[in-house]
Design a protein around this ligand. Structure first.
Ligand SMILES: Cc1ncc(COP(=O)(O)O)c(C=O)c1O
Length: 370
């Protein structure tokens, strides 16, 4: 039996997203003790969620028999207070991944074009292809988004343009001035999407709200998966004009964000001290990784996010060797960077272990040069 004649062409040729390897998979495949494995592959928060978020999630589970508030009223109210925007200027998703899909539902059809940097977060491309549109990829320059080149790639067929800042997988960011100028020059027929999944790690994140006040067609994406440590619960949001958010809310599932995730996200927003501690630890961790890689003579891309690209030679070989020793990092061959791996900033102990295993791979157990 085959589904070839039934399935939509865009699905037949759809590439498959490769997530960071879960600890359980690695333990099973390699016969390792899961307790001894560390995962530095998906830019998760090594400090876990805020204790306040954990407590709120537990409380919400007590009412697991009830459907969640599909409109995420309380969470949107809270976000409105945090951002100084209206509650109708938010759309909450099952991770910010879902908002990217909602943008596809609302705006992208066959024959359309979506412009994005390359390499950038691969889901922009996957969703574009899924809706039968063309992904127009604009190479980064010096590992950074070149906004002039991105603007030049816009055509009458362009519907969306994605700018990921800080960018995954490079960890580089564009300045507020660059982003504002770029967005203000976008043509009327294009929606500008600014993915700020890692913005909380910046000393000072660009403030793109003036664009919303000016009535521009922009939406910014945020997530609770990174600095708030809630990746498993799947909650993220977009903010922009009320009209745009209404469109995105129209195409989502009625109960897209579960009640436990909503409760945890609400409580996480009440724990600024936790987020600030995570950002501080992250900056120290970036410095630790940079120092360690320099000692090994390895090039890195200076990062302002919670991960870093390291040029190791054969990225797949390093990924496999480290995985056998219980350290999971991310090969980035699929992002067109076969010589690099991406490592998430862990706790100081996890960073040390990564560096020690990398040294072990490069120099052998006795420190002899390979
Ligand atoms: C740039 C970027 N955007 C969005 C996401 C999706 O995050 P989530 O769906 O967990 O909110 C990720 C996840 O790694 C990311 O790196």
């Amino acid at each position: 039996m085959t589904f070839d004649s039934l399935v939509k062409p865009s699905v037949r040729t759809q590439p498959v997203y490769e997530p960071g390897k879960p600890i359980e998979d690695v333990a099973r495949e390699l016969g390792l003790d899961p307790a001894g494995i560390i995962k530095l592959a998906s830019n998760e928060n090594p400090w876990g969620p805020s204790p306040k978020a954990i407590a709120a999630a537990k409380r919400a589970l007590e009412h697991g028999e009830l459907y969640p508030d599909g409109g995420c009223f309380a969470l949107r109210q809270k976000l409105a207070g945090k951002w100084g925007l209206g509650a109708d200027q938010f759309v909450v998703g099952n991770g910010s991944n879902e908002i990217i899909e909602l943008l596809g539902h609302a705006f992208v059809a066959e024959g359309d074009e979506v412009v994005m940097g390359a390499p950038a977060f691969v889901v922009y491309k996957l969703v574009t292809l899924l809706f039968g549109a063309k992904a127009v990829e604009v190479p980064l320059v010096n590992h950074r988004h070149d906004l002039a080149k991105i603007a030049a790639a816009i055509t009458p067929r362009t519907k969306l343009v994605y700018v990921c800042t800080p960018n995954n997988p490079t960890g580089t960011a564009n300045t507020e001035a660059e982003l504002l100028a770029f967005a203000r020059a976008l043509p009327e027929h294009v929606v500008g999407v600014f993915d700020e999944a890692y913005a909380e790690y910046l000393e000072r994140a660009p403030d793109l709200r003036p664009l919303i006040a000016e009535g521009r067609k922009v939406v910014c994406l945020r997530t609770f998966s990174k600095i708030y440590g809630l990746a498993s619960l799947r909650v993220g949001y977009g903010y922009g004009s009320a009209d745009l958010c209404a469109l995105l809310n129209r195409v989502r599932q009625p109960f897209n964000v579960n009640a436990i995730a909503q409760a945890a996200a609400l409580a996480a927003l009440d724990d600024d001290a936790f987020a600030e501690k995570t950002a501080r630890e992250n900056r120290a961790g970036l410095a630790q990784l940079e120092r360690g890689c320099a000692e090994l003579g390895l090039e890195v891309v200076a990062s302002v996010a919670n991960f870093m690209l390291v040029r190791v030679g054969d990225g797949t070989a390093v990924f496999q060797a480290l995985q056998r020793r219980g350290v999971i990092v991310r090969p980035v061959r699929s992002y067109g960077m076969p010589e690099w791996v991406r490592v998430t900033v862990g706790t100081p102990e996890q960073n040390s272990r990564f560096l020690a295993e990398l040294r072990h791979f490069l120099q052998g157990p006795a420190g002899a040069t390979r």
